[in-house]
Design a protein around this ligand. Structure first.
Ligand code: UD1
Length: 373
């Protein structure tokens, strides 16, 4: 039975998650409608990912852009409603935890008589238990609104059970983001990104920073950048800078702290993967990099109070920086991670992080369609 499936992406961390789902839908002969909300719009935050991942052009582009959480979420909702009314898909697939994810799930859930189709959330059940984090609000509410909850790791299941979600609605599919990683890794390595940047082989750190809790607070940002500066006495610290962080550094007058670092513009998907794959250590507050470094076998230090991806610590290469962050303990943790050394690609990959999660997503949708046909 051919299904009509609408797939939503909005922000940078969504693109590598929808690529394998769109591909698997096409291979299985289903009708797909690809919607880009336009939450991210810069060439480096959006276009580069379409090019690198071979994504099809969106069938619908909502062009919402930046704004406060309320404005951004409201704009996505307003623009998405007429699209859904016209398309009337059987399934709406939302991924991850960004504002676009929740906004589209909320619109679909309120269409009259279920005419918005059923909602499937890919990357369901992750919890940081940090309610001050906008993504945590998006995760919990999107899961509550979804008909089918597709989880990336087994630890998501008790989280959902605790919230009273019927286990019948929950299916383990594994990690779609790793489908993109394994598919693109050979090409990423061929790009020789570290060599082109003049970096010593496997003797540099890759750092990323964009969480509001880290970059919107001048004291916190100073602590982190000072620690990076200190570490850069031993080896280069490469920092592709998110637009939010660049703006905050300028507003707080912290530019001198960037001087010892190798600051870059945000990188495209393949370049970032190539850079990460050869790194000695990753220092990050991103969710995606915690997962990618685990599969790449690169030690990772997470600069957050908690992680919604504990499997990267229990089974992977990730460790949490001591909290509250302080320069000296952060430096010590980074040095300990470095001395842990790298492991071969895939050696620490959790169950279902195997390059076939996109296919399992489509199978789960199809099985539910048959189930209820
Ligand atoms: C969003 C996601 C976050 C994800 C991150 C990856 C939410 C709540 N947050 O955070 O989970 O990890 O994307 O990047 O959805 N900007 C640009 N160009 C762009 C996009 C953003 O300059 O293409 C700047 C704007 O000043 C904007 C700011 O970055 O106001 C923040 O963008 P926004 O989409 O609101 O959130 P992110 O911090 O990127």
């Amino acid at each position: 039975m051919v299904m009509k499936v609408l797939v939503v992406a909005g922000a940078r961390p969504n693109f590598m998650k929808v690529a394998p789902i769109l591909r698997a839908l096409e291979r299985a002969g289903h009708r797909r409608v690809f919607v880009h909300t336009g939450q991210h719009y810069d060439a480096s935050m959006s276009d580069a990912f379409f090019r690198d991942l071979g994504l099809p052009l969106p069938d619908r582009h909502l062009g919402v852009g930046s704004g406060s959480h309320a404005r951004q979420t409201a704009r996505v909702m307003e623009a998405f409603e007429p699209v859904l009314e016209e398309e009337r898909p059987e399934w709406i697939v939302v991924v991850g935890d960004v504002n676009s994810t929740l906004a589209c799930a909320l619109v679909a859930s309120k269409m009259p008589n279920g005419s918005g189709g059923r909602i499937a959330h890919v990357e369901a059940g992750l919890r940081s238990d940090d309610w001050g984090m906008p993504e945590e609000v998006n995760r919990v509410l999107t899961d509550r609104l979804s008909d089918l909850l597709l989880t990336p790791s087994r630890d998501a299941h008790p989280n959902l059970a605790r919230e009273g979600i019927d286990p019948e609605r929950v299916v383990f599919v594994g990690n779609v983001m790793i489908d993109s990683l394994l598919r693109m890794l050979p090409h990423a390595q061929e790009l020789n990104v570290p060599q082109r940047l003049g970096l010593p082989e496997a003797r540099y750190a890759v750092a990323t920073l964009h969480r509001p809790s880290n970059v919107d607070d001048a004291v916190q940002l100073r602590v982190i950048l000072s620690a990076f500066g200190e570490l850069s006495r031993d080896f280069p610290v490469v920092l592709p800078l998110h637009p939010r962080t660049r703006e905050r550094v300028r507003a707080f007058g912290l530019e001198p702290l960037l001087e010892p670092l190798r600051v870059l513009e945000p990188l495209g998907y393949t370049e970032m993967l190539g850079l990460q794959a050869q790194a000695a250590v990753v220092l990050t507050d991103s969710g995606g990099l915690q997962e990618e470094s685990t599969v790449l076998g690169v030690p990772c230090v997470t600069l957050r109070e908690s992680t919604e991806r504990p499997v990267t610590v229990s089974e992977g290469t990730n460790r949490m920086a001591p909290w509250p962050l302080a320069s000296d303990t952060l430096i010590a943790t980074a040095r300990a991670a470095l001395s842990q050394g790298r492991t071969p690609v895939g050696a620490r990959a959790p169950e279902g992080w195997d390059g076939h999660a996109g296919e399992r997503v489509v199978e789960a949708l199809a099985a539910r369609s048959r189930h209820t046909a």
